[in-house]
Design a protein around this ligand. Structure first.
Ligand SMILES: C[S@@+](CC[C@H](N)C(=O)[O-])C[C@H]1O[C@@H](n2cnc3c(N)ncnc32)[C@H](O)[C@@H]1O
Length: 226
C-alpha cells in the first residue's frame, strides 16, 4: 500500500494489507495485531509533529512504529511486553499526568477469544458475555479521559462476537461505556479482504448454523470535551 494514499473521506475503510511502505510496523505474527494503516490515518488526521501519542495496550508496538515514523512522541504500554520500548503497565492505571496527552489509540481485546499472554491481569481473559469485561475496559476509558488534553481525540478498535450460536454486540455495549467520557466524532467500519473467515469452510458453517460472517471491526473516534 502506497504512503501517498490520500486520506479516505468515506466511513468504510478497507485495509487489504497489514502494513504500508517498506518498513515493518508492529508484527503480523502477534495475535490481534492492528493494521498500521488505520493508525497512520488517525495520526495524520488528529495529530501533528511533536504531539504525544499514547497506546495503553500496544501489543507488538504498531502504534510506536507509526508514530515515530510520523515524528510524533509516543508511549506504548502493555502488560505483555514484546519489545524493549514497550513499558509494562496495566491500562486501568496509567502513570501519566492529567491533561497531558494529545492522542490515544487503543485496540483492546474483544473477548477471551485470543490468548495474548499468561498474565492474569489481561482483560482478554474475560468473556465479553460478562459485564465485568466492560467494567474493566471502562476503567481504562476513564484513565484515558483523565490523561487526554481537553478537546483531543481517541481511536478505539473493537469487534462483535458470535460464538456457540450466541451473538454479543460488543461494539455497542462498549460504545455506551465510552459515551460517558467522550463525545462521538465518528463510528467507522474497518473491513478486510483477507480475513480468515472468508473461506469455503466458514461459508458452509455460516449457512448450516445460520449466522453471518463477521466482516468488520468498529473504529470509534471520540473526543474529550473542552
Ligand atoms: C488487540 S491487542 C493490541 C494489538 C496492538 N495494537 C498491535 O498492533 O500489536 C490487545 C492487547 O491488550 C493487552 N492487554 C490486555 N489487558 C491489558 C491490561 N489490563 N493492561 C494493558 N494491556 C492489556 C494485551 O496484552 C494485548 O497485547
Amino acid at each position: 500500500m502506497s504512503r501517498d494514499l490520500v486520506l479516505e473521506s468515506t466511513t468504510l475503510w478497507d485495509y487489504p494489507t497489514q502494513n504500508y511502505g517498506d518498513k515493518p510496523h508492529g508484527s503480523n505474527k502477534y495475535n490481534g495485531v492492528t493494521p498500521a494503516f488505520v493508525i497512520w490515518n488517525l495520526l495524520q488526521r488528529y495529530t501533528k509533529e511533536g504531539d504525544l501519542v499514547v497506546d495503553p495496550m500496544c501489543g507488538s508496538g504498531t502504534t510506536i512504529d507509526v508514530a515515530r515514523e510520523l515524528k510524533r512522541k509516543v508511549i506504548g504500554y502493555d502488560i505483555n511486553v514484546t519489545r524493549p520500548e514497550i513499558l509494562r503497565n496495566d491500562s486501568r492505571t496509567i502513570p501519566l499526568k492529567d491533561n497531558s496527552v494529545d492522542f490515544v489509540f487503543i485496540d483492546s481485546p474483544y473477548s477471551d477469544n485470543i490468548n495474548y499472554s499468561e498474565n492474569k491481569e489481561c482483560i482478554g481473559k474475560i468473556s465479553c458475555e460478562r459485564m465485568e469485561f466492560y467494567d474493566e475496559l471502562e476503567k481504562t476509558a476513564c484513565e484515558i479521559a483523565r490523561i487526554l488534553k481537553p478537546s483531543k481525540t481517541i481511536g478505539w478498535v473493537i469487534a462483535d462476537q458470535w460464538v456457540k450460536k450466541k451473538f454479543t454486540p460488543v461494539g455497542f455495549l462498549m460504545w455506551q461505556r465510552l459515551e460517558k467520557y467522550f463525545e462521538t466524532v465518528d463510528i467507522v467500519c474497518l473491513t478486510r479482504h483477507n480475513q480468515t473467515s472468508n473461506t469455503g469452510i466458514w461459508h458452509d458453517r455460516a449457512r448450516q448454523y445460520n449466522f453471518y460472517l463477521r466482516g468488520f471491526k468498529y473504529l470509534f473516534i471520540m473526543r474529550k470535551a473542552k
